[in-house]
Each structure stands twice: as C-alpha cells, then as structure tokens.
Design a protein around this ligand. Sequence first.
Ligand code: GLC
Length: 565
Amino acid sequence: MSTVLVDLMQNDSASNGDCVNNGDCDSDYDFSKLGDKPKHLNMERQRSFDERSLVEASPGHTPWAENGQRHMDLDNLFSPSRRSSFNTPRSICGFEPHPMFAEAWESLRKTMVYFRGQPVGTIAALDNSDEKLNYDQVFVRDFVPSALAFLMNGEPEIVKNFLLKTLRLQSWEKKIDRFQLGEGVMPASFKVLHDPVRNTETLMADFGESAIGRVAPVDSGFWWIILLRAYTKSTGDTSLAEMPDCQKGMRLILALCLSEGFDTFPTLLCADGCSMIDRRMGVYGYPIEIQALFFMALRCALVLIKQDAQGKELVERIVKRLHALSFHMRSYFWLDLKQLNDIYRYKTEEYSHTAVNKFNVIPDSLPEWVFDFMPTYGGYFIGNVGPSNMDFRWFCLGNCIAILSSLATLEQSMAIMDLIESRWEELVGDMPVKVCYPAIEGHDWKIITGCDPKNTRWSYHNGGSWPVLLWLLTAACIKVGRPQIARRAIEVAELRLAKDGWPEYYDGKSGRYVGKQARKHQTWSIAGYLVAKMMLEDPSHLGMIALEEDKQMKSIVKRSSSWTF
Ligand code: GLC
C-alpha cells in the first residue's frame, strides 16, 4: 500500500480536543459568527457515575480533556482486533444483554441477501403481510447500519462483497428515458434476480429510474465512501480501498459533487427527495442531510484516496471544499437563541459585502414554533439555507452526521445535545427519533408535499419517528461524551420496538402509533438497534463511524505540497 495511505489512516483520528477552545484551529474560521458562546458550554459538567463508568470502562478509554470538555478520543478508540461478539453475551457493565438483542441478531441474519453463494447485503424489510414495492431490495442507505453491525461483530465479508457489488453497478450505463445519468451515480437499491429455468442469478439495480417520483439517490455515493472507510478502519485491511476500481469509484462519485458550475455556495444543490426522505417534502435546495453527508464523505475520501498523479489534485480540491463548506455550514446553518434573535431583527434588501443579512431572509418568514422550540441553551443546524430561504425544521440525520464528522464544532455538538435533552418530548417522546421536527400541516402540507397522503402531519417523513435513527443518536451521544442520553432513548425504544414487530416508523406527535403504512420487520430498525446497543457496550466501535476535528486537514494541506509521486 502507499505510504501516504498508511500515514493518513494513522492520522485519521488524531485527537484535537483543544481546537475549539483556543479558536486557533483554523484561521479561516471565524468562530464569533457562531454567536455568543453560552457560558455553560465551557463549564465542566457533573458526570454521572453511569456516564463515567461507560466511557472509562471502554477498552480505548482516554482520560477527560484537561479543559473539562468531554469528548471521545477517536485516536485510541478503535483497534481492529477488538471485537464484541453477540455470540458471547458479555457486557462491560456486567449486565445481561436485553433479550431483544439476540432476537434482533436472529432477525438480521434472516434478511441477508446472497448472490452466487456470497452474502452481498440485507433486504430492506422482511414483511410478507404487505405489498412489497421495492422493500425486497438491498438499499444502499439501509444497508449502512446492517454493515456496521456486521463489522462490529467481526464479520466484514458481507460488507466487502456489498462494496464490490455496488461498485460494479456504478459502472453500468444508467439511463432515465433518453437521459444518461452521471458516471459516478451509485444505485439507490439493487436486487438479485433468480432464473429458475437457467439456474442463474443476475443483479438488477435502481438508480432512480424505477423509484417512486424518480428521485435521485444523492446520498448513496456518500454512504458508499463512508462505509468504505468504516470497513478499512474496522478491519485494518487497506487493500480494498487501494484497489484501482475502488479508487476510480471514489473519483467518479467526487467528480459529480466537486464539479464547477454556477454555484455561489460550497453546499451541494439538490433536487427534492434525494436522500432518506425520498419524497417531496420541501427538502430541495441545500438540505442539511446531504450537506452533512457530503462533508463526511469528503473527509473519508481524504484518507482513502491514493496520492498518485490523479489523487494529488483531487486531494487539494477536497481540502479546499471542506474548508469552504465547514465555514458556510458553521456560520449560516447554525441556529441558537442569539442567532435566532439576530434574524428576528434582520434588516432586508442589503446590498454589497457589508450585508449582515446575506441571504435576504425576511424576518416575517420565521415560523411561530421556532421561538418556543429554541431552548435558552442549545442549538442546531437548520434544514436548509438559500436565497430568502431558511428552513428552520430540525432534522435528526443531518445533525447527528454533523457531530460524527466534526462538521459541528465541539461547542455546537454540545449545543445539539443540549437541545435534544431540552426538547426530549418533541424529538424522542415515545419512540426515538423524529426524522424532522415539526410536521408540515394544512395549506403548507398541500403546497410543499403536493398533498402527499403518505406524508400527512406527524407521519412517515413528515415528523414521523424512525427507530433506525437510534444508532446515529447513540453514536453522536458517545462522541460528545454523553452516552446517558442514548441509553435513555434506547430504553424508550426497548419498551415497544420488538413487541410491535420492528416497524419502519411510528406516527403521532410523540410517536405513539405504529406508522400508518409502516413495514414491519424493517431491517434498518433492527440493525439500528443492534448498532446502538453494541456501541454503548463498547464505545471503541465509534472510531469506524466518527472523525475528529479537522487538525489533519490542515496538515494535509501542508503535506500535500511536499508529496512526491
Ligand atoms: C423509504 C425510505 C427510504 C428507505 C426505503 C427503504 O422509501 O424513505 O429512506 O431507504 O424506504 O427502506
């Protein structure tokens, strides 16, 4: 393998806990833009015994940062040899695993899809009671928690096969009617077709050409890169990422999102429904979910791309984009009480560089609910920012990925957790976690969703509660050193999830009802629970899905100028 790749893999999770405090992490960042730092964020918190014991009992335990800020040091967090195995029901806390845990593993195994004798993924849902639609396919985004569960359990084979098979699919010629899609597009899902007569198996993929609404799976390529890093980090096997085909696959994905155009922002312009929320839901433009995944995929690519002739230029472009993107997101997507108050008092129609209200947001467009929702301490990345447009909705996935990728500064990560704790009833309630908050109702629902009967208020993508998000919440909680929040959420889920047959989503303001059209035995609900449990038991697993603050990015900029090829 190339020395640079080894080098980067080792530096990949360099701890940088003091970066935010002294503010000199990157001179490009103006942290004052983030608003006054609520004082409590820098105060040492009282750690409960529960919390302390979990972190400290982890095999990769690192003492708390001297400045009192709590974070997981990802540097020491993961070693490929450490595994927790569900076959050996061991618990660092000394508790017996919940009976749901073994049941979940059994169910997950039943969802495995084989292609010519090899496991290549997991089916979206094993629900025979309903119309299948495309739930009998392997979705790229749905497979991520399954993949993490297998990696955590020391079973990387299925993940490797999945990465290789989807890579093959990427190279297909993709067309919708007469329009040819970009070379780098990864499928939303695929399926194994059996021909009983010829006794053959072939793969069939969907790049959006069959999907309801013909939505584009922008997130698939990002998840693919993120998963490739998780596999590499977890197994220590760099040979997969080094394969010329994998390198090419990454380059093609990146070519799609780093291409020059008419953009005035570093964020990625998207059509509606291009990620987990794959229906019209007013998430077009610059949705937080895609921006956070974009950021994380860029950071993962940075440690995976080989420094050959093609790689050098790409790395430079990635680094530049990461800087611009983190500045933009941290400055303009961030909302806390101070920022909200500033927007409330914004002047409009400002011209030139001196404008404060850069996007010409009209204060009258501030929704009523946001004033109550915003806690005194806390904050979050809002759903979307564009010209005269701020979507103030809170989205779970984007905020958790922002924490995991260190798109959020340590202070922002803490503030997101503060908000989740303050708005527990709204965001977790009776089933974790709301995909977004709040729901769109009445006239807005008509206009924004196109009268979608599946996305009525507090249902499905429109304020529904999705158990799969539990793994993301748990990972984010562990990263900021507040695993007790995750534990509380898991306990809520354990009251019903298995009894209700692992539904895809729950409906209602606090998630009390099994979703109107929710599939049962939804695989990512099962896998999400398993990953959350395994990470809580052994926080060292976090290393495969989290990245520290971007000290390494700075050193890469410096180093890249002295690399020889
Ligand atoms: C729904 C979800 C999507 C998921 C798919 C398969 O379409 O919105 O995110 O990938 O089901 O579970």
